[in-house]
Design a binder for this molecule. Structure first.
Ligand code: PEP
Ligand code: MN
Ligand code: NA
Length: 614
């Protein structure tokens, strides 16, 4: 660990008096004094700046330029083997009170953590350039938008932030005009000068074996060290837009959520806006770019990962996608599963850890049914289909502006009222294809109990469940039970104007172990039922766990689903569900008396209905 006896005792920019701009300058100077970069560059977000940084990264061997005839304006980065994903084990929530972090976050005392970080960051940028990156989440000056500044010693991070956020001068002008901003500091933890001051050679992917991803919720600060990878290093994304923003949202009465956003238009030309929370690897990007298989319906993309929701002056819940790009998982993204994503990354994309083809294009498992005969794999080694290892890292990514998405909604950069909220997991058993919540309170309960099976369990069994409440388990910046109470409070204020809440499960399996529902574009049939319910055009069937479709209301024309398999899709077995209620109660127990009492009411009434249905 680098230690520096001269480091400032603490960086308390948030208590420095003065305007937001005065605080920004003081904070940049403080961080520079601590990390000791060779120079400081304020990023303006211009095309010229991104061309210059790209040229520099190519010259340094940190980006490979792809064949401009096949993949114009696109580049490949290869990380080191120990820096390929978010590091939840090194992610810390440093609230003043440990109970405010809750049992699902790793808490550390903020004073101790600051002292530890001062040691770690001391001299960490020696020999490197420190970039100051002002960014906006949401359109600059927009009603739900927030400003931040990321200090980073990685040009790859600057380029990626330019795709994922609104970056640059416009943001600085807002700060100059007095708008507050969130402070985020990132260092690769790989200085190029030692104590003797001599410059060492750089490597293709600088990082450090020791990593820290640290959130200070009270002071709205993020400190990230040792990783150059996406969710660890692009601090606007998971660290700010979810962890810190969820705390700001709690304090200010709004919601920061791990949700995709889509606009759906019916054959009658009615438009609806839908948000959906699914845990990782449950098809969020696919639903965001869905191509309906039923005539007359269209789905347009607004966002694939994060949504900020706030009650508008009309009393309804309004949403924005705070991001300006996609940081999507490449493997499994193919012309059959998600042709829109494939089209989105046709140019101007930064790929990370995918494979390189002999003609200078990219490939990953699932892009095409057959792998090319020869590739350079994500580690930079020769690869053939007989190599026995994946050519692209399973968590390889594309980073691209949302403006390249051919199904992007015209109003994707604006805010709009939400009609429906969907919660989903990956459940082989028990959970029907779609269930409408009885009311907001029941809907919040459904969000709080999102789960996926660890292993595919047998029909009727409940297996061992991985809980991921609201798909926010790694991203909620405060006590998860307090977050549930906050959702209930928001619902109280929305009253009858609240969006309707639904639980969906595309992954239920039949007795024979095969998926009961085709999924992908055919999920439009489920969206149709949901929006017909939102319009109040059709009744539903009350079952103990909510409301399900009358089978005749679900359009399955042209699908190869038998009546028997449709019934299996919606089967609610009282004994399995009573066991499920027991597991839910056990799951809630870890949160003690912070669990909202409303959840006990929902459990009680659900159990009562299940007993009656036996
Ligand atoms: C990330 O790992 O940086 C990320 C965006 O996470 P996820 O895809 O799991 O949401
Ligand atoms: Mn995500
Ligand atoms: Na993403």
């Amino acid at each position: 660990m680098i230690t520096n006896p001269n480091h400032p005792a603490r960086l308390e920019h948030n208590v420095v008096p003065g305007s937001p701009r005065v605080r920004l300058d003081a904070w940049v100077a403080d961080v520079a004094r601590l990390t000791q970069p060779d120079d400081i560059v304020w990023c303006d977000g211009s095309a010229e700046e991104s061309r210059r940084l790209t040229r520099q990264l190519v010259a340094e061997g940190k980006l490979v330029e792809l064949n401009p005839d096949l993949r114009p304006g696109s580049y490949l980065a290869r990380t080191s083997a120990n820096d390929v994903a978010r590091v939840e084990g090194r992610t810390f929530t440093c609230s003043v009170d440990e109970d405010d972090a809750g049992p699902t976050n790793q808490w550390r005392d903020p004073v101790e953590m600051r002292a530890e970080l001062d040691g770690v960051f001391a001299g960490s940028m020696r020999g490197r350039t420190m970039y100051v990156v002002p960014f906006s989440l949401g359109p600059v000056g927009g009603p739900l938008s927030q400003l931040g500044v990321e200090i980073t010693d990685s040009a790859y991070v600057v380029l990626s932030m330019g795709l994922m956020t609104r970056l640059g001068d416009r943001v600085l002008r807002e700060i100059n005009a007095g708008t507050p901003w969130v402070a985020t500091v990132h260092s690769l933890g790989h200085p190029l000068r030692g104590d003797d001051g001599a410059l060492q050679e750089d490597v293709a992917w600088p990082s450090n074996d020791t990593k820290y991803i640290v959130q200070f919720p009270e002071t709205r600060e993020i400190w990230s060290y040792g990783s150059g990878y996406g969710g660890n290093a692009l601090l606007a994304k998971k660290c700010f837009a979810l962890r810190i923003a969820s705390v700001m949202a709690r304090d200010e009465g709004w919601l920061a959520e791990h949700m995709l956003l889509i606009k759906v238009t019916s054959p009658e030309n009615h438009t609806f806006h839908v948000a959906a929370a699914f845990p990782s690897a449950c098809g969020k990007t696919n639903l965001a770019m869905l191509q309906p298989t039923i005539p007359g319906w269209t789905v347009e993309t607004i966002g694939d990962d994060i949504a900020w929701l706030k009650q508008g002056s009309d009393g309804r819940l309004h949403a924005i996608n705070p991001e300006a790009g996609f940081f999507g998982v490449a493997p499994g993204t193919g012309t059959l599963t998600n042709p829109i994503a494939v089209e989105t990354v046709r140019a101007n994309t930064i790929f990370t850890n995918v494979a390189l083809t002999d003609d200078g294009d990219v490939w990953w498992e699932g892009l095409t049914p057959e792998a090319p005969a020869h590739l350079i794999d994500w580690t930079g080694a020769d690869w053939t289909p007989s190599s026995g290892t994946p050519a692209a890292h399973p968590n390889s990514r594309f980073t691209v502006s949302i403006d390249q998405c051919p199904t992007l909604a015209e109003d994707a950069h604006e805010s709009f009222p939400l009609d429906a909220i969907l919660f989903g997991g990956r459940r082989a058993t028990n959970v029907p294809l779609v269930v409408q919540a009885r009311d907001w309170k029941h809907g919040v309960f459904l969000g709080a109990t999102i789960s996926s099976e660890q292993t595919a369990a047998a029909e009727g069994s409940v297996g061992s469940l991985r809980r991921d409440p609201f798909a926010m388990l790694p991203f909620c910046g405060y006590n998860m039970a307090d977050y549930w109470s906050h959702w209930l409070d928001v619902g109280d204020r929305l009253g009858s104007r609240a969006p309707k809440i639904f639980q969906v499960n595309w992954f239920r399996k039949g007795d024979d172990g095969s998926y009961l529902w085709p999924g992908f574009g055919d999920n439009s049939r489920v969206l149709e039922w949901i929006l017909r319910r939102v319009e109040n055009r059709i009744p539903a069937v009350r079952v103990p766990i909510g409301e399900v479709p009358r089978l005749r209301d679900l359009d399955v024309s042209g699908l190869d689903v038998t009546r028997d398999r449709l019934e299996q899709l919606f089967d609610v077995d009282p004994d399995s569900w009573l066991a499920e209620c027991d597991l839910t109660e056990e799951f809630f127990a870890q949160f003690g008396d912070r669990v909202p009492p409303e959840f006990a009411d929902v459990l009680r009434s659900t159990r009562y209905s299940l007993h009656s249905a036996r």
